[in-house]
Design a binder for this molecule. Structure first.
Ligand code: GUN
Ligand code: FE
Length: 454
């Protein structure tokens, strides 16, 4: 019984399926030296009392105070780390204009490692303090600064999946911000993969390299093909933007006579470890290809509202068997919080279902059966994110990583509206998701290590 590094006693909420939130009331959570949940014991299990008697009072035993609850850490499937420095800027501009006027000039500054250190340290800490325990990052085209982001994740204890961005096409990218040429883009990517893999071997929670063509318009065919080959050679994750905005979608169609999904597939860029951001304009065939290849969607509902003027039919895509998680898409979404994106996912889906034309009967005003519930959104924020990355994270379940956020509903300055200790636990869960503030996130743990406390 002494093999556990620590044991928590408390009430946890975790997703079991998109519609289903499990409430583990007053359970014991036993975590081993590798930071894995090895055993969960319910109060009516025969060994419960035995465990309590032998661990209670020891330094490895943590009993949550009244009003505190355990949630899985969140998975953010789409973050542009450098863009944290411009969060909230120029969101009224169209995507192409925003990229060239604001975003590329900002990202170019990450050749300066001091600047990169300041932004990346602050972002990783901010994400952790918002409950995000795993993040899938776009860095910039710079190999050194991208590696620096991996090192900062490693040091701060976040599980980071990091991509050096590839933008090699001189016709499409500004001279001040692109890869020097295709050969250099591929060479830098390969060196980056090897360096991050090396680093990852020394990091308990894992850091991983990600093959990252920014999006099809920024890359030559040679680069896309080379990146597909590198991903296969080193068995890495892959990320990009897919069918995001009207102009981007049209551009790809003009170049290949097919949609992004099939274009990415021809270069070997779809698969079980691929996560594609946005996917607003997937056709049924594209969606079937995603499901068949195991490619996941990084759903960014806030960003989609700004740059795609679009609500993606997430419910339908989930029904087709596609893995789905949530992304902030910093800075096209101006919040570091997956809570904000979970709420927006629900709100946007209801707008898709119920359009505004009051002249029409209700069932003709939108797309029926589009609504997501908060249970769905919570699933995407946690278990769905883990499935999308093919990692054992996002659930409070045996054999999953102890990646959790301890929510304190009673922080004096930001007390959540939970006054009645006898309130239904499922109601408390919903109140937490809708009302929580970073001040309520008392502790954050990744792979059995406490990485944030307030
Ligand atoms: N498409 C290509 N680059 C970007 C980016 O930085 N943000 C968003 N939202 N879309 C993109
Ligand atoms: Fe993006």
């Amino acid at each position: 019984m002494n093999e556990y590094t620590f044991i928590f006693l408390g009430t946890a909420f975790t997703s079991q399926a998109p519609e289903q939130v499990a409430i583990l009331e007053d359970h014991l959570f036993c975590v081993n030296a590798n930071g894995i949940i090895e055993k969960i014991i319910a109060p009516n299990d025969a060994e419960y009392q035995l465990f309590l008697d032998s661990y209670e009072g020891t330094k490895n035993f943590h009993r949550l105070a009244e009003g505190q609850y355990i949630l899985p850490g969140f998975v953010d499937l789409h973050v542009h780390a450098p863009q944290w420095a411009q969060s909230g800027t120029a969101l009224d501009r169209p995507l192409h204009d925003w990229l060239h006027t604001y975003t590329f000039p900002l990202e170019a500054k990450f050749s300066n490692l001091d600047f990169a250190t300041d932004v990346y340290e602050d972002l990783v800490q901010t994400l952790l303090s918002n409950g995000t325990t795993t993040a899938l990052y776009f860095a910039t085209v710079h190999k050194e600064a991208s590696l620096l982001l991996a090192e900062i994740c490693a040091k701060k204890g976040q599980r980071g999946l990091i991509g050096k961005v590839v933008m090699d096409d001189p016709e499409q990218n500004p001279d001040y911000y692109r890869d020097f040429d295709t050969i250099t883009a591929l060479k830098d990517t390969e060196e980056f993969i090897l360096a991050v893999k090396n680093l990852g071997e020394t990091v308990k929670q894992g850091v991983y390299p990600v093959v990252t063509p920014r999006f099809i318009p920024s890359c030559t065919d040679e680069a896309l093909k080379g990146l597909g080959e590198l991903a296969e050679k080193y068995d890495t994750h892959i990320q990009s933007h897919c069918s995001e905005s009207d102009w981007e979608h049209q551009y790809v169609h003009g170049r290949y006579g097919k949609n992004d999904a099939f274009a990415l597939h021809q270069f070997g860029l779809l698969g079980d470890k691929s996560v594609m951001a946005h996917c607003n304009f997937l056709s049924d065939q594209d969606a079937a290809l995603f499901a068949k290849t195991g490619t996941a969607i990084g759903h960014c509902p806030l960003s989609n509202a700004y740059f795609a003027n679009s609500v993606i039919p997430i419910k339908r895509f989930k029904g087709l068997g596609i893995d789905i998680g949530l992304g902030t898409d910093i800075s096209a979404g101006a919040t570091p919080s997956i809570y904000d994106n979970a709420k927006q996912a629900v709100i946007s889906s209801r707008m898709l279902e119920d359009g505004v034309n009051a002249e029409l009967p209700a069932e003709e005003r939108g797309v029926p059966n589009s609504r997501l519930t908060m249970n769905d959104a919570f699933y995407f924020a946690t278990a769905g994110g883990g499935e999308s990355l093919s990692l054992p994270i996002g659930r409070i379940e045996e054999n999953y990583a102890w990646d959790v956020q301890i929510i304190d509903t009673k922080v004096p300055t930001t007390k959540l509206p939970i006054f009645d200790p006898n309130e239904d636990l499922y109601d408390i869960f919903q109140k937490i998701i809708y009302n929580v503030r970073p001040e309520n996130i008392r502790e954050v743990w990744v792979q059995g290590e406490r990485v944030h406390a307030r």
